[in-house]
Design a binder for this molecule. Structure first.
Ligand SMILES: Nc1ncnc2c1ncn2[C@@H]1O[C@H](COP(=O)(O)OP(=O)(O)OP(=O)(O)O)[C@@H](O)[C@H]1O
Length: 298
């Protein structure tokens, strides 16, 4: 997804044209963000996705290359445009957003077949819901067949998520509002997060992480189903956009390269990485590299 962001004093009314004061184009999309964060930590990564045969698609492929990500499984299609989010932000920080998934929704069986070889050598697969849910499900099933660990991020969340997603998730990782949509109940406190994570675990996940912004996260697993709060260190937050994706990208890195770490330690380290990302502006622009991390994290 390419973000097209206009900042204006206020949001325009229907039929109105107004002057804004700043415009920028940013690289976004949950899967891509997560992949970029894992790559910056030093992980060997491949992105499986579809973009349009257009300037946004060309630029995105270059962005993957600039981050050292394999683009062997990035396809370009002439049948739809690269996914785009048109975002208008007013001076008080409110926004209006139109997302057109475009080429993302054309990712399907042919691309999954092509990536099987790479998947069979992978340590971790991360999936989200910004492509067809059926394609994500098939990818998760294939990962299980190859004994590849799976991280599933149910975002954007839907209330009627297929029950198979839970069973195919070694780590099911969502934020508070996604947990609310999935379970239809309010998640306002660490205690609430513990309760919902237990319910999500009951749907068949290997383990569950519910992220809680500045409060860190709550984790639990089938082996130890007592919810544990993993707080994060206090930082001066500048822009939290994309913090959840930074957390998941870092989590995937640690799961792949430090497989003996406990779930609590994986989450503690991912908290620190995501905590670094909120101290800078932007989404991918805020993601730390390995060299930015404290030594104890590697
Ligand atoms: N203000 C903050 N201070 C420190 N760490 C933070 C802060 N906000 C987020 N984080 C870190 O990022 C992780 C993910 O944040 P959050 O739960 O807000 O995800 P999210 O809502 O999916 O984020 P976004 O939608 O903005 O990408 C948290 O678990 C925490 O580790």
């Amino acid at each position: 997804m390419t973000d097209l962001v206009s900042q204006a004093p206020r949001l325009p009314r229907v039929g109105e044209t107004i002057h804004g004061h700043k415009f920028f184009i940013g690289f976004g999309g949950k899967g891509a963000n997560q992949c970029v964060q894992a790559a910056r930590m030093g992980a060997k990564t491949a992105m499986v996705c579809k973009v349009g045969k257009d300037v946004f698609g060309d630029n995105y492929i270059q962005n993957f290359k600039n981050n050292g990500i394999s683009t062997d499984y990035v396809e370009q299609t002439g049948d739809a445009a690269t996914g785009a989010a048109t975002i208008i932000v007013n001076d008080t920080g409110e926004n209006a957003i139109v997302i057109v998934a475009g080429a993302n929704m054309l990712l399907g069986d042919a691309e999954l077949l092509k990536m099987q070889g790479a998947l069979s050598h992978a340590k971790v697969l991360i999936c989200q819901l910004e492509i067809s849910p059926d394609t994500s499900l098939k990818a998760l099933r294939a990962a299980r067949e190859h004994h590849v660990k799976t991280i599933f991020n149910p975002a954007p969340a839907v209330p009627d998520l297929s029950p198979e997603f839970y069973k195919l998730s070694d780590i099911f990782c969502c934020n508070e509002s996604e947990a609310e949509i999935l379970l239809g109940e309010t998640v306002a406190t660490v205690e609430d997060a513990g309760k919902v994570s237990l319910k999500l675990l009951g749907r068949g996940c290997g383990s569950v992480i519910v992220t809680l912004g500045s409060q860190g996260c709550v984790v639990l697993s089938a082996q130890d189903s007592c919810p544990k709060h993993i707080p994060t260190t206090k930082v001066t937050s500048v822009d939290t956009t994309g913090a959840g994706d930074s957390f998941i990208g870092a989590l995937a890195f640690y799961l792949a390269y430090y497989p003996s770490l406990s779930l609590e330690e994986l989450a503690r380290r991912a908290n620190v990485v995501a905590g670094l990302s909120v101290q800078k502006e932007g989404t991918q622009t805020s993601y730390p590299y390995q060299r930015d991390l404290p030594e104890e994290l590697l």
